[in-house]
Design a protein around this ligand. Structure first.
Ligand SMILES: [Fe+2]
Length: 285
């Protein structure tokens, strides 16, 4: 029997996975073990600190349900979600960003130019419009846009009994020129949930829980890599310290104010209103 000590235990665990059939999985498990052990060695992790980490994971499981995933939030605030996004971005395509916990795959289908405000949301009116193209700039007709956002209050319908369930979301296909457009209100910034273990982590780290306001999009088309992303207004005070590291310079836009209805043509928006003009680029699959 080999005597295990702090120097050889890592190799013993790595060796225990050597019969993993899936080569990629074996590589991931070996690297995971080496980095976990390396981390514990580097900080000389104590039993009490190890227990605190286990308690954190246990609490994350306890507070998670089908509407809330504390593990995703933990990944987000540690920047792991952002890193995985950044490592996997297709060349030339619109940058991706967080999916977030409020995506609902059954948003109502709406026509080009539709108003997606289904309750009394208040707030300033916005026309969001642009085109979907490939990386060479050619229009993609029939591309699918799935979009959702928080109300000016910063709340999603799932968090707010005052909003109809289908408020501020929709699905749309681009026209022959690759155009999309919808009418909505400015979303408000909000905090990520901080009543669970991730909130305790943020407080311990002296961080705040704010995210800048944003519009969520999933843009997809046959033969192309779908993009999950968010658009952020340049004037948001939380842009520099997004709790989940989702902001990319290429995803920041400026609201343009308009005083006449003609500025919205061919769509109908009562002035004054703001416009957001943003084109999405999809890479070939
Ligand atoms: Fe969001």
């Amino acid at each position: 029997m080999k005597n295990l000590d702090a120097d050889n235990v890592t190799e013993a665990v790595v060796a225990s996975f050597r019969r993993t059939r899936d080569e990629r999985l074996r590589r991931i498990l070996e690297s995971l073990v080496r980095h976990l052990h390396g981390f514990a060695r580097e900080v000389r992790l104590t039993p009490a600190e190890w227990k605190a980490a286990i308690d954190f994971l246990y609490a994350a499981g306890r507070i998670s349900d089908e509407r809330r995933n504390e593990f995703v939030l933990a990944s987000d605030v540690l920047g792991l979600s952002a890193l995985v996004d950044l490592l996997n971005r297709p060349e030339g395509a619109t940058e991706s960003s967080e999916l977030g916990p409020f995506y609902n795959p059954d948003s109502p289908w709406v026509p080009l130019g539709a108003d997606i405000v289904r309750g009394a949301a208040g707030g300033e009116r916005v026309l969001v419009r642009g085109r979907v193209t490939d990386t060479a700039g050619r229009a993609i007709a029939g591309a699918l846009l799935d979009f959702w956002q928080a109300a000016p209050s910063g709340l999603y319908p799932a968090q707010d009994p005052a909003q109809p369930a289908d408020n501020l979301r929709g699905r749309m296909r681009t026209d022959e020129q690759g155009r999309y457009a919808f009418v909505t209100v400015k979303p408000g910034p909000y905090t990520v949930p901080y009543d669970g273990p991730v909130g305790a982590l943020l407080r311990a780290g002296g961080r705040d829980a704010w995210r800048p306001a944003h519009f969520h999009f999933i843009v997809s088309a046959d033969g192309h890599v779908p993009v999950v992303t968010e658009l952020f207004p340049a004037d948001d005070p939380h842009l520099e310290k997004d709790a989940v590291f989702g902001v990319r310079a290429s995803l920041v836009f400026r609201y343009v104010r308009h005083e006449t209805a003609e500025a919205a043509a061919p769509y109908l928006v009562e002035p004054p209103f703001y416009s957001v003009d943003f084109d999405f680029r999809l890479a070939p699959a």
